[in-house]
Write a protein that binds this ligand. Structure first.
Ligand SMILES: Nc1ncnc2c1ncn2[C@@H]1O[C@H](COP(=O)(O)OP(=O)(O)OP(=O)(O)O)[C@@H](O)[C@H]1O
Ligand SMILES: [Mg+2]
Length: 461
């Protein structure tokens, strides 16, 4: 019984039908008793008026009630009894005897309304004393059969007995239909989620958007699957590209090793083979550390050691480190504009970002080229421009250069030990620092990379 499936639509319907039933019952009971009380009150008012009229019409002479030939109920619809006091003798009456007995008129019961049950019917009874000179001469009892009340109450009961089941049936059917309609998207979500869990990430709910809880849930669900799909695709692509990248150096190492082992070589041939192997191993080492860096970055943007950094010092340090490489290629590198600037960031990461961009400028600039650096304060940001007059990037390649493993000229990059991960890493570092990288480039003319980073005191998410 533990795993019994009980759909939410039935639970909802059950709860609200139960609630409706309680409300209808309370309503019916209230109506029933209010109506009963209203009818009895009317009877009481009628009895009171009739009894007062009759007493005032009685003939009393010298402290004695004079009975006329026609009794007080003659020619009227009144039921009553006139009793003498104190001997309680019935002087005139058209009332069944047991009503008088059950009412048992005496000084205590005078003025009381009572409902008396005879074998056949119900009566409402009221009495009043007849006074003359402060002396009670007799008691007048009036009664009305409560036939109308019985009929009215019976009719009302019938209506209630028929209406309650009818209302409940309508409520159950309506409830199930409405819950079905409302919960349909949830059923669809379950179906799609099941399909997705089987590996088909192309599935979407694609429900027409409604601005309610379910509409928003469906939309969030689709957005979530979009992101998952995108992330899986990128991961698959990354694994694919990474394996592809590693295949070439491994093949080179393998062939160099096999060649060296298969024949007797001279020392210089062995040295050459080993230096090729060393180059490839270095390349693989760099590639793997870059890949590890990006993989970690995918999961976490924290673990940053944020501090105030003097950007001029940082760039001057990188330039002096890279200057010998640039000079080897006859490339000039200068900081043209150096405004005092401070950024809040992780020193290792910011150095890595600037190093990669400046290293690219050197790598992709031909001998006799010129690289200029500008550091400027712009409102809440620091703008760092790295301008070269190198080979440039054509329009078709420009939108892709920040993608992982993307290289415009693969052969040239590999020759320079490039894996195509540098700019992806740079962009990730800029983003987690609340900044961005822009690039302007023209083929054969040169490129300008502009790095925007928030200056000290600016908080970012
Ligand atoms: N200053 C530049 N001038 C011309 N092309 C550039 C410049 N900077 C980057 N590129 C192009 O963008 C590609 C991607 O750059 P990225 O830094 O990501 O990779 P890489 O330099 O080839 O390798 P890595 O940086 O991983 O050693 C480069 O291969 C190159 O084609
Ligand atoms: Mg690079």
């Amino acid at each position: 019984m533990k795993n019994l499936y009980f759909p939410i639509k039935f639970k909802l319907t059950l709860w609200y039908v139960l609630l409706l039933l309680i409300v209808i019952l309370i309503f019916s009971i209230t109506i029933y008793f209010s109506l009963q009380k209203m009818i009895i009150n009317n009877e009481d008012i009628l009895l009171n008026t009739q009894i007062k009229q009759t007493i005032s019409s009685l003939d009393i002479e010298n402290g004695v009630i004079k009975l006329s030939e026609e009794p007080f109920y003659y020619n009227s619809s009144i039921y009553g009894a006139l009793l003498s006091y104190p001997d309680m003798k019935i002087l005139e009456s058209n009332l069944p005897k047991d009503i008088i007995n059950k009412y048992s008129p005496d000084l205590k019961t005078i003025g009381q309304y009572k409902t008396i049950y005879t074998s056949k019917e119900k009566w409402r009874v009221y009495s009043s004393s007849i006074y003359s000179n402060n002396k009670i001469l007799g008691i007048l009892i009036f009664a009305q059969p409560l036939n109308f009340l019985d009929i009215a109450m019976k009719n009302l009961s019938v209506i209630i007995y028929i209406m309650i089941p009818l209302i409940i049936i309508v409520a159950v059917v309506g409830g199930i239909l409405i819950s079905n309609y409302v919960l349909k998207p949830i059923d669809r979500m379950t179906k799609v989620a099941r399909e997705i869990s089987m590996g088909d990430l192309s599935k979407r709910l694609n429900l027409p958007y409604t601005n309610d809880e379910i509409g928003r849930l469906a939309q969030t669900f689709d957005i979530m699957i979009d992101k998952l799909d995108d992330s899986f695709k990128r991961q698959r692509q990354f694994t694919h590209d990474a394996s592809h990248e590693l295949r070439t150096p491994i093949a080179v190492i393998q062939s160099q090793a096999e060649l060296s082992l298969s024949s007797s070589n001279t020392v210089s041939e062995y040295t050459k083979a080993l230096s090729v192997i060393l180059e490839e191993a270095k390349y693989m080492g760099k590639l793997i550390s870059n890949m590890l860096f990006l993989a970690r970055g995918d999961n976490k943007a924290d673990n940053l050691q944020m501090e105030n950094l003097n950007l001029s010092d940082l760039i001057e340090g990188i330039v002096s480190e890279l200057k010998p490489i640039a000079e080897n290629n006859n490339i000039k590198i200068n900081i043209v504009k150096n405004e005092p600037s401070c950024i809040k960031g992780d020193q290792t990461r910011i150095t890595q970002l600037l190093y990669n961009i400046i290293e690219n400028a050197i790598k992709y600039t031909l001998p006799e080229g010129n690289i200029k650096l500008y550091i400027e304060n712009h409102d809440k940001y620091i703008k760092i421009s790295v301008q070269d007059n190198g080979i440039g990037i054509s329009k078709e390649h420009l939108p892709h250069i920040f993608e992982r493993f993307y290289r415009v000229d693969k052969a040239r990059s590999i020759k320079n030990g490039g894996s195509g991960l540098g700019l992806s890493i740079c962009q990730w570092i800029a983003l987690i620092h609340g900044g961005k990288i822009e690039v302007f480039s023209e083929e054969n003319k040169g490129s300008t990379f502009i790095i925007w980073l928030p200056s000290c005191g600016v908080t970012h998410k």
